[in-house]
Each structure stands twice: as C-alpha cells, then as structure tokens.
Design a protein around this ligand. Structure first.
Ligand SMILES: [Zn+2]
Length: 80
C-alpha cells in the first residue's frame, strides 16, 4: 500500500497513514525485548478504509539508527 497507494487486498484507494504524525503511542512502535522506549522501533502504519487491512513499516530514520538495528539483530531471529 505504501508504494502502490492502493490496498493489495481489496484494491481500494482509501488508504491513510500516520507517517505525518510524531512518533508516539504503543501501536506506532514495536518495543524492544526489555520494553524500554529507547529501544522501540517506530512505525509508519498504513490502513485501508475499504477492508481494514493494515500494513506497517519501520520509520526510515530508525533504519539509519545503527544502535537500534544492532540491538534488533542481536535479539531477533533472521528469517534467511
Ligand atoms: Zn482494503
């Protein structure tokens, strides 16, 4: 939905995102293993108002944060 600007489930173009909002709230982040905000991965959330499908992406600034990415790699399991 982020790139196509339409829902991949129902083709609706009624897509809204929190990408213009400041980082806040428990549904806009994934807490680190210890639950501290300092290790949270802030998310951009896209929701389809046609069917309710939700898609989430880690914010681009977080992807450039070497300490957060190193922590994620040390705690999470690679799928490849
Ligand atoms: Zn949809």
């Amino acid at each position: 939905m982020k790139a196509s600007r339409k829902c991949c489930k129902c083709d609706s173009k009624e897509i809204y995102s929190n990408s213009n909002q400041p980082s806040r709230g428990d549904r806009s982040s994934i807490a680190g293993a210890n639950g501290r905000v300092s290790s949270s991965l802030w998310l951009h959330v896209y929701v389809c108002l046609g069917c309710g499908f939700v898609e989430e992406y880690v914010r681009p600034d977080v992807l450039l944060d070497d300490s957060k990415i190193a922590k994620l790699k040390s705690e999470w399991e690679s799928v490849n």
